[in-house]
Design a protein around this ligand. Structure first.
Ligand SMILES: NC(=O)c1ccc[n+]([C@@H]2O[C@H](COP(=O)([O-])OP(=O)(O)OC[C@H]3O[C@@H](n4cnc5c(N)ncnc54)[C@H](O)[C@@H]3O)[C@@H](O)[C@H]2O)c1
Ligand SMILES: O=C(O)C(=O)C[C@@H](O)[C@H](O)[C@H](O)COP(=O)(O)O
Ligand SMILES: [Zn+2]
Length: 362
């Protein structure tokens, strides 16, 4: 019998539980009943996840007394845009959803971000329960309340903070995730290790968590540890005024690398690559001990994640200009100072450009 772990998030705007374990999908309805009440649920999912898990989740919701409707969009980052968001909102209106309807975000980070934003907007806000099915969504995006869609100008440019009412992470769902997508998610796990937990970093970089057959109990423990790391930051700084900016480690360059690839490189791989670029560049610029940078880059490589990319320095810098951590000419760069600690260092854009140039070997 596998252990079920509960991590409590005490975000000032809304406290909630994150439940992590094996075989939890049949509990989704009961969790929604306890956390949200109401009598209707609207399941948002993508074209890969819906056919796999949509029926099980709707069955559980029906058993808990909910009438259900479902919105399915084409899987992938290309759908994380205002057009899909407004289709989803229109489908909610067509289905007669009210303010008491619980939105159930069933899928990866794209689904969670899109459905979370739809829930924040529909009738000025209705409950959302995150049911993450990718490793990335379990360890990161389902927790903390950031929701968003992309614009052609950049990632996550339209969004809201909207904490979920509950999160249910059933690691058994990871069995159906293709190998390359499962590996991609490890980028955010490595990031959490570098931010806060040298032991986690050592564990996941020395022994792959994505090796088949999957060790679901180990994965559940890894997911719960990542959720605790993120929870500690979100509890302290829900609105990203200070400490939460550290969760963006690797993202200033990473989001640019992701966009420059036309989103063919996954978010986790882009973050891993952005982290490698920043670690090398910060070492070259005297901001990070070179031994720390070497350990980070070696760890990323050991996982099988990229430490270089096809994008040019100019492309990465141009795309970095729309980053949300830029204030005027100042970039708040998250600098890895040790494996287990990062600091936000404000710097002029030109200094950030030097970090990126040197980190990319330019
Ligand atoms: N809100 C946040 O705090 C936050 C944090 C990190 C990342 N993100 C966002 O999350 C997104 C990346 O998330 P992602 O990697 O989960 O992307 P995703 O949602 O596109 O999922 C990746 C792929 O895996 C498939 N998939 C998911 N679960 C599956 C399952 N159990 N079985 C089979 N296929 C499955 C999806 O259909 C998709 O094709 C990016 O848009 C990123 O910006 C948000
Ligand atoms: O939760 C956060 O805070 C994060 O920064 C987590 C990131 O992994 C995530 O990719 C987030 O969506 C990035 O936020 P953004 O504000 O840089 O778009
Ligand atoms: Zn991220």
């Amino acid at each position: 019998m596998s252990e079920t772990r509960t991590v409590h998030v005490s975000a000032p705007s809304r406290p909630y539980d994150v439940t992590v374990g094996v075989g939890l999908l049949p509990r989704v309805g009961a969790v929604c009943r306890d956390a949200c009440g109401g009598d209707t649920a609207f399941v948002v999912t993508d074209s890969n996840v819906g056919p796999l898990y949509g029926d099980a989740v709707e069955r559980s919701l029906a058993e808990a007394g909910y009438g259900t409707a479902r919105f399915t969009f084409p899987a992938g980052e290309a759908s994380k845009n205002p057009a899909t968001l407004f289709s989803c909102l229109g489908a909610m209106a067509d289905a007669g959803c009210t303010r008491d309807t619980t939105v159930v975000a069933l899928g990866g980070g794209v689904t969670g971000d899109l459905a979370g934003l739809a829930a924040a907007l529909y009738m000025r806000g209705c409950p959302v329960v995150q049911v993450p099915t990718s490793l990335l969504a379990m360890v990161d995006s389902s927790v903390g309340g950031k929701t968003a869609v992309d614009l052609p100008q950049g990632k996550n440019l339209v969004g809201a903070f909207w904490q979920p009412w509950a999160v249910v992470a059933d690691v058994a769902c990871l069995e159906t995730v293709p190998g390359d997508l499962l590996l991609d998610s490890v980028g955010e796990v490595v990031k959490h290790g570098v931010l806060a937990d040298p032991e986690l970093f050592g564990e996941v970089t020395s022994s792959p968590v994505t090796a088949r057959p999957l060790d679901l109990d180990r994965l559940a423990a890894v997911v719960a540890r990542n959720v605790e790391i993120k929870r500690d930051v979100v509890d302290a700084d829900e609105r990203e005024r200070g400490l939460r900016q550290t969760l963006n480690l690797g993202h200033t360059a990473g989001h640019a690398i992701e966009a420059a690839s036309g989103f063919s490189l996954g978010h986790g791989s882009s973050v891993a690559c952005g982290l490698a670029v920043v670690a090398r560049g910060c070492a070259a610029e005297g901001l990070t001990d070179p031994a720390v940078a070497d350990a980070i880059v070696a760890g990323i490589e050991a996982c099988g994640l990229p430490v270089t990319c096809d994008a040019s320095v100019d492309e990465v810098l141009a795309l970095s200009r729309s980053d949300k951590k830029r204030h005027g000419d100042t970039v708040n760069l998250v600098v890895p100072v040790a494996v287990g600690r990062a600091e936000v260092v404000p710097m002029p854009f030109e200094r950030y450009a030097a970090v990126v140039r040197r980190g990319m070997g330019g």
